[in-house]
Design a protein. Structure first.
Ligand SMILES: *Cc1c(COP(=O)(O)O)cnc(C)c1O
Length: 449
């Protein structure tokens, strides 16, 4: 792997720059647009003569690495490092053995929806409990290799948890900006546990981004928000892992939540590269689901406008409580290029979907549940057919936000829809004697007959 084997390409102008020439905010000063990582074999290079990774050989190599005890082989991100040569020296990879996440079926939900094939890719099973680990291992490794002592991010919670953990592993200092009062406790506690300097700002996520961008411009601090294109190189690897887990059979439709919109973009890059290199013969449709209270991309799609109008975000799915998503243009291109769709889910729909996933013994955080809520709508509108093979990306672990789950079961979420009632399991407070317990148990047994 070699440093010069990649460059950064502005997604607006197509102009290319050397990796070390990038500005601190990862935006092209001329266009204001983001960059993507480009390799000599990338489709955008249009260089048919460039040596290409060999799909056949790599499938074998990646399978072999599963038996290796080397940390970078055991990582479900770095195992695929041949398609992400972003480090000068692969020994600089900072890994917590991320990736390697399971595909679970949802038998009851599939039946309810009339689908034959419905799987979830549970990215909440990563080391810090969200998919952010897959992108943090790559981008933070770049920061470490380039000699940065400090890394920073603005976060709705999961990015800060992941960054704090990987920074601690690498011996770097981390500073986290989070919106005060709008973050789930599980995530906030992780940032502190892993030793980051945690700053709660009296603003929303979008306000945190603005301030942090100013600070990294003036200080030697490496920005690890998802504007950093190396995050997406790690976040594209679940696309590879899904194909590998399905024995290189491509699903028809992949559905992801949309917040800052990097994750859907990254998965699109992953699938597209796999097709370009001949690993797979087509790409799945990629659809993005936003919370109705934080839906600028959904609005852009339905209004057929050329400019994105930021919104003031409001949803209890805090991971996607983002009104001005940085990667919206990348995501919009992925949706359009793959034939996917953009949908929104309201608070009731999110709550019911989360309870349904929980009732299958899987569980996820509210932001992940928008995928199932969105799938129901895509089925109704005909954008997903019942014969299609569908994969939902579950982005975060249920323990990230236990308060939300408890509020749902105690009926404090104001989800007064009939669909929610069968899933509610509030804790019972009973006298400590056999008869009161038996009364409750008998009532429950009678109810489930
Ligand atoms: C970050 C995050 C999202 C949103 O991903 P984007 O790349 O910002 O669109 C969704 N769900 C969870 C659990 C997250 O942590």
């Amino acid at each position: 792997m070699s440093f010069v084997s990649h460059q950064l390409r502005c997604i607006g102008s197509g102009e290319r720059i050397a990796p070390d020439a990038v500005s601190s905010d990862f935006r092209d000063p001329a266009t204001g647009e983001l960059y993507e990582v480009e390799y000599s074999w990338s489709e955008t290079r249009g260089d048919a003569a460039a040596p290409r990774p060999n799909a056949q050989a790599l499938r074998h190599l990646w399978a072999e690495r599963r038996d290796s005890t080397l940390p970078i082989d055991a990582s479900g991100v770095w195992r695929y490092r041949d398609l992400l040569p972003i480090l000068k020296d692969e020994n600089n990879a900072v890994t917590l053995r991320e990736g390697n996440t399971p595909l679970y079926d949802l038998p009851r939900t599939s039946k309810l929806l009339g689908l034959d094939f419905l799987l979830t890719k549970h990215q909440g099973m990563n080391p810090t409990g969200s998919f952010k680990d897959t992108g943090m291992t790559t981008a933070l490794s770049v920061a470490a290799e380039r000699g940065y002592k400090w890394v920073a991010c603005a976060s709705t919670g999961n990015t800060s948890a992941a960054m704090a953990a990987y920074a601690a592993r690498a011996g770097l200092r981390a500073i986290v900006f989070i919106p005060e009062g709008k973050i789930a406790w599980g995530k906030l506690s992780q940032s502190m546990d892993y030793g980051a300097l945690t700053v709660q700002l009296k603003t929303d996520f979008d306000g945190c981004v603005k301030l942090l961008t100013e600070i990294v411009r003036k200080n030697p601090i490496y920005l690890l928000n998802s504007v950093n294109p190396y995050r997406l190189e790690g976040q594209k690897t679940p696309a590879i892992e899904i194909c590998e887990q399905l024995d290189w059979q491509v699903p028809d439709h992949v559905i992801v939540p949309g917040g800052n919109l990097a994750n859907g973009s990254a998965l699109g890059k992953g699938f597209t590269e796999l097709k370009h290199l001949g690993f797979i013969d087509r790409v799945p449709k990629i659809s993005v689901i936003q919370a109705a209270g934080a839906n600028p991309l959904f609005q852009w799609f339905t209004n057929e406008e050329k400019q994105l109008h930021p919104v003031t975000a409001d949803t209890r799915a805090t991971a996607i409580r983002i009104g001005n998503p940085a990667s919206w243009r990348k995501a919009a291109r992925v949706i359009e290029a793959t034939g996917g769709w953009c949908e929104q889910a309201d608070e009731n729909e999110i709550a019911v979907a989360k309870a349904q996933i929980g009732a299958e013994g899987i569980g996820c955080e509210p932001a992940s549940a928008v995928t199932l809520a969105g799938l129901k709508k895509l089925l109704k509108s005909g954008h997903v057919q019942t014969g299609e093979r569908v994969v939902l990306l579950l982005t975060g672990h249920t323990l990230k936000d236990p308060e939300y789950t408890i509020d749902f079961h105690k009926d404090l979420l104001a989800t007064d829809v009939a669909e929610a009632a069968p899933y509610r399991r509030p804790p019972l407070v009973l006298d400590a004697n056999e008869s009161s317990v038996m009364r409750a148990l008998e009532a429950e047994m009678a109810g489930s007959l």
